[in-house]
Design a protein around this ligand. Structure first.
Ligand SMILES: C[S@@+](CC[C@H](N)C(=O)[O-])C[C@H]1O[C@@H](n2cnc3c(N)ncnc32)[C@H](O)[C@@H]1O
Length: 327
């Protein structure tokens, strides 16, 4: 579905730097800035011809696409996908003055092939997937993703999805909850957390992020202190639920499986991931395709942000960039 831009939403400032476009918008009354991650190294590694066609599978605020779009001429094309309708609107605003054609589609990247082919495009010169979330989504109460603020426990990035995190937390049996927290959150205390969640919901449904975070903290209180963990006790449980609600790993597998057929010879796929479950999928996919003589892996080791980038943009701290080239 093509989405029309209906005017800036909560628009603040846009800061342009040499390697970066920082989109600053107001969310729930606070100013939030989204800075594209590893943008400098990406634009140094990937050079598109003026008539190049790129797919930004996760358009977000359009920060990366803006930088690549600046190098494209009127014959160039950017196809941008996102499951968040608001992201599509923001990107439309950011990218509106580029010389190239910009096609923005409210779609999951698991459907990348059909979306690209529907535009009459057979092959493309670059595919970028910057996984995870924008800073603004984390702060947006409609998303219900943050354990640092109190929000309705939702976590659906695509509001067309049926099940919310609250549905899972209140309906799943204790074993399924524990398995989910272990599998997608890699939390060794998953059984204890699931037990506390089930106990908590006996006195009424868990409906907010703060209620869930408090329950996890109660479950982990002394155990977490013993482990000297640097992260918030609820981080892994929230990650697990977000992955489950949005079916993130299955969608990533479908995206990766579609890429070889879409790329022109010598063209690249670049993926920025933010946790090890995603990064492992990308690493193994690239390796498998290299073994089958379909890809040449450009990044034998993932590229990570410099200390300076992390100091300027905390969201970058867990980022890993992998690039492969179609043979
Ligand atoms: C980290 S942000 C991308 C930021 C973007 N690179 C920029 O510079 O502005 C990730 C985006 O991917 C979107 N997203 C997450 N999963 C998706 C999926 N399966 N299909 C399409 N978009 C997805 C999110 O809604 C979010 O807007």
């Amino acid at each position: 579905m093509r989405v029309e831009y209906r005017g800036p939403m909560h628009r603040g400032a846009i800061r342009y730097t040499r390697y970066c476009i920082c989109d600053t918008i107001k969310v729930n009354g606070s100013i939030i800035e989204h800075i594209p991650v590893l943008a400098e190294i990406l634009t140094e590694q990937i050079k598109l011809p003026p008539d190049g066609i790129m797919v930004d599978a996760t358009i977000g605020h359009g920060g990366h696409s803006f930088l690549f779009g600046k190098t494209l001429g009127p014959e160039g094309v950017i196809v941008g996908l996102d499951v968040d309708k608001n992201a599509i609107r923001r990107a439309q605003f950011i990218l509106k003055d580029l010389a190239c054609k910009v096609i923005l589609i409210h779609s999951n990247f698991s459907r990348i092939s059909e979306q690209v082919h529907e535009q009459g495009i057979d092959k493309v010169d670059f595919i970028l997937a910057d996984l995870g979330l924008c800073s603004t989504q984390l702060a947006d109460s409609r998303m219900g993703l943050s354990f640092l603020q109190d929000m309705p426990l939702d976590m659906r990035i695509d509001k067309r999805l049926k099940s919310t995190a609250a549905d899972i937390v209140n309906k799943a049996d204790e074993k399924s909850l524990a398995d989910l927290i272990y599998k997608f959150g890699q939390d060794r205390a998953s059984r204890r957390i699931a037990r506390f969640i089930v106990r908590e919901r006996e006195s009424g449904p868990i409906t907010t992020t703060a209620q869930l975070a408090k329950t996890v903290c109660k479950a982990l209180g002394s155990a977490r202190r013993g482990r000297k963990s640097k992260i918030h006790p609820a981080t892994r449980t929230f990650q697990a639920l977000r992955i489950a609600v949005n079916d993130e790993l299955e969608n990533l597998k479908k995206l990766l499986a579609s890429v070889p057929e879409l790329l022109n010879k010598n063209s690249c796929i670049a993926v920025i991931s933010y946790h090890s479950l995603e990064d492992r999928l990308v690493k193994n996919d690239f390796k498998r395709n290299e073994k089958d003589s379909i890809y040449r892996v450009i990044t034998k080791k993932p590229i990570v942000p410099t200390r300076q980038e992390i100091a300027e943009n905390r969201r970058a701290r867990s980022a890993k960039l992998r690039i492969a080239q179609k043979k």
